[in-house]
Design a protein around this ligand. Structure first.
Ligand code: PLP
Length: 401
């Protein structure tokens, strides 16, 4: 277990604005003035500090949020995007050119998988998908593709909740001069991938970080050199593709970020409670916080202290039909909502194979060990989690009648 505390790192920042408002003011401007003409030119060349050029590049509200994100991740800088997928696709595109290769974990969010498997073909960038639990297989793939520029994985993967061995994957990537890019969407604060050796950490802030399901947003965290290269006016992928987050949203996400630590603790506590109760009644469940999970020890070796094992849990109902029936009953009974996404204050559930992983071809779903009856839960902040468990149990029983 690690001693780094992401929440304290955020709390130590002075987030006041020029008027000493406790929340930084919202910077409702697309463009900014300069007192001297040469300062504008110097800012274009990245040679000034404290000046803002244009909101697609930097904006004071975005900077406030990004300072907090960088503190949380232990990175020098961060940059925020209009969606999680924008963060992922920009981070990937920034590393590759025609003829290059990406090696990705076989299990990723479906949109990420589709981008790598289909979209990148347009640019003659190839991608192979490997079981990242098998480090020898990753090493073999790296040997097969010396033109590999990126190893890509989610820390806790979607939807199987396997854990990536970040320190070992970083060694493999760095051995060939490639970068390790990690999506930490499921496990903010629980894991700090950059501190474990990753080069770039990406987030869908739509999920736990914002936690309110009122917007989509993303973030890219890394070294100052890397973030500055993303927003370089001549060659920066973010500056030139323009996926920047709106400052109004940055402002609201920053306020929600300040309660992330409490929410993560409660999501984890509730998911752990459900895992133990599912186990008692004999449901086929999957939760990385119990010792029978294959990555339990690895999880413990990488986790930060105090945030638990996360709010994601799944149960396997065997068939897609059984899963659909149970989810409909659970929604009627008020367990939560039949909806994709995660990290919300209410419990959300979906059948992964038919929703967030439906872009992944069925043969690959099978190869990665994903059952068609898998129900993925993002466990909410329920005050009476035993009552929630009882409703889930009743829903399963009713669906079998
Ligand atoms: N990464 C993971 C693990 C996700 O689950 C998702 C969306 O579900 C994304 C990235 C994409 O994020 P967004 O929907 O904010 O673009």
């Amino acid at each position: 277990m690690n001693k780094f505390d992401p929440a304290t790192a955020i709390q130590r920042l002075d987030g006041r604005d020029a008027c000493r408002g406790v929340n930084p003011s919202i910077s409702d401007s697309a463009t900014f003035t300069f007192p001297k003409a040469h300062l504008m030119t110097d800012t274009f060349h990245g040679e000034t500090e404290g000046y803002f050029l244009y909101s697609r590049h930097w904006n004071p509200s975005n900077l406030s949020l990004c300072n907090a994100l960088a503190a949380m991740e232990g990175t020098e800088m961060a940059w925020c995007t209009g969606s999680g997928l924008a963060a992922i696709t920009c981070a990937l595109l920034h590393e590759v050119k025609s003829g290059d290769h990406i090696i990705s974990s076989m299990t990723t969010y479906g949109g990420t998988f589709a981008f790598m498997a289909n979209y990148l073909k347009k640019f003659n960038v190839t991608c192979s998908f490997v079981n990242f639990q098998n480090l020898d297989a990753v090493k073999a793939e790296v040997a097969k593709y010396p033109q590999t520029k990126v190893l890509y994985t989610e820390t806790m993967n979607n939807p199987l909740l396997r854990i990536a061995n970040i320190p070992e994957l970083a060694k493999i990537a760095h051995g060939i001069g490639a970068k390790l890019i990690v999506d930490n969407t499921f496990t903010p604060m629980i894991f700090s991938p950059y501190r474990l050796g990753a080069d770039v950490v990406v987030y869908s802030m739509t999920k736990f970080i914002n936690g309110k399901n009122d917007c989509v947003a993303g973030a890219i965290c890394g070294s100052a050199e890397y973030i500055n290269s993303l927003i370089d006016v001549n060659n920066g992928t973010c500056m030139l593709l323009g996926p920047v987050l709106d400052p109004m949203r940055s402002s609201s996400i920053l306020k929600n970020l300040h309660t992330l630590h409490i929410r993560m603790q409660k999501h984890s506590e509730n998911a752990m409670y459900l895992a133990k109760r599912f186990k008692e009644v004999g449901f086929k469940y999957n939760y990385p916080g119990l010792p029978e999970h294959p990555d339990y020890e690895l999880f413990k070796s990488m986790m930060n202290d105090g945030y638990g094992f996360g709010g994601m849990i799944s149960i396997d109902m065997g068939t897609a039909d059984a899963a659909s029936k149970i989810m409909e009953i659970m929604q009627e009974k008020g367990v939560g909502y039949l909806a994709v996404s995660l990290g919300y204050f209410k419990t959300l559930f979906s059948n992964s194979g038919k929703s967030t992983s439906s872009e992944v071809p069925e043969d690959i779903q099978k190869e990665m060990g994903m059952s068609e009856g898998l129900i993925r839960f993002s466990v909410g902040l329920d005050n009476d989690i035993e009552a929630t468990f009882q409703l889930i149990k009743e829903s399963v029983e009713e669906s079998r009648k």
